[in-house]
Design a protein around this ligand. Structure first.
Ligand SMILES: Nc1ncnc2c1ncn2[C@@H]1O[C@H](COP(=O)(O)OP(=O)(O)OP(=O)(O)O)[C@@H](O)[C@H]1O
Ligand SMILES: [Mg+2]
Length: 213
């Protein structure tokens, strides 16, 4: 087998020359080679690795103020209503950022209640995952605060969960950034005075955008 040759390689055809059989070639194809990716032109070898760690492009962002926990509950109820309007089976990944005690678990509790979860809603700080099952909707609530071994990602079945439709919610996603997929929606909760929280919502997909109140 002949090796080292690209399927469309044409000997003797240089830049600026035209292959007579390609009568529909545009102007740019006649005069310029295809553009090189930026990181090759800049000769920065680390660029692909750097790009992999960056947040995906943001489709839309909004900032909200929750004056108290009731406002957090109202926001969560709006997100639940938007989720219920999504085509079944609902499939969305929301990551929750913010310092200890910001209100990440509190938001998840209000969201799950609004979706119809009954019974105790535990913080998954020790178990990493608390799963819930509603008719037609599987929910996975993760807390990666104590997540230190990326092997657990596959071993505990987390990779499989993310490959299936369902609602995934993750606290402390920064601790599992190497294995987590990009989120549809990122909520960053910043505690201000007392119960006041400033919440920045960044949607990276149409699904994430559709969930925003
Ligand atoms: N506006 C608010 N929104 C959400 N929670 C609030 C608000 N005001 C007060 N709280 C209280 O703040 C606390 C937030 O705790 P929570 O466990 O939700 O934090 P967390 O962000 O999940 O922290 P951790 O990083 O430890 O998991 C709760 O006791 C909640 O009642
Ligand atoms: Mg929490």
């Amino acid at each position: 087998m002949e090796t080292g040759r690209q399927p469309f390689e044409q000997p003797g055809l240089g830049i600026g020359q035209r292959n007579a059989s390609h009568t529909d070639l545009g102007e740019s194809q006649l005069t310029r080679p295809p553009p090189q990716p930026l990181h090759q032109r800049l000769r920065i070898p680390e660029m692909p690795a750097l790009l992999a760690t960056m947040h995906p492009p943001i489709l839309g962002s909004r900032t909200y103020t929750w004056p108290d926990e009731a406002a957090c509950a109202a926001f969560a109820a709006d997100v639940a209503a938007a989720l219920a309007r999504r085509p079944a089976p609902a499939d969305a990944y929301i990551e929750l950022r913010g310092p200890l005690g910001a209100g990440k678990t509190t938001f998840v509790r209000h969201l799950l209640r609004a979706l119809g979860v009954v019974g105790r809603i535990k913080s998954p700080t020790y178990a990493v995952l608390e799963p819930y099952s509603l008719p037609g909707l599987n929910i996975s609530h993760f807390d990666f605060y104590r997540f230190t071994d990326p092997r657990e990602w596959a071993d505990a079945g987390f990779r499989d969960l993310f490959a299936q439709p369902g609602l995934k919610l993750a606290e402390w996603p920064e601790n599992a950034a190497a294995v987590l997929p990009p989120a549809d929606l990122r909520l960053t909760i910043e505690p201000l005075d007392g119960e006041v929280r400033e919440v920045r919502a960044e949607a990276a997909t149409a699904c994430g955008l559709a969930l925003l109140p």
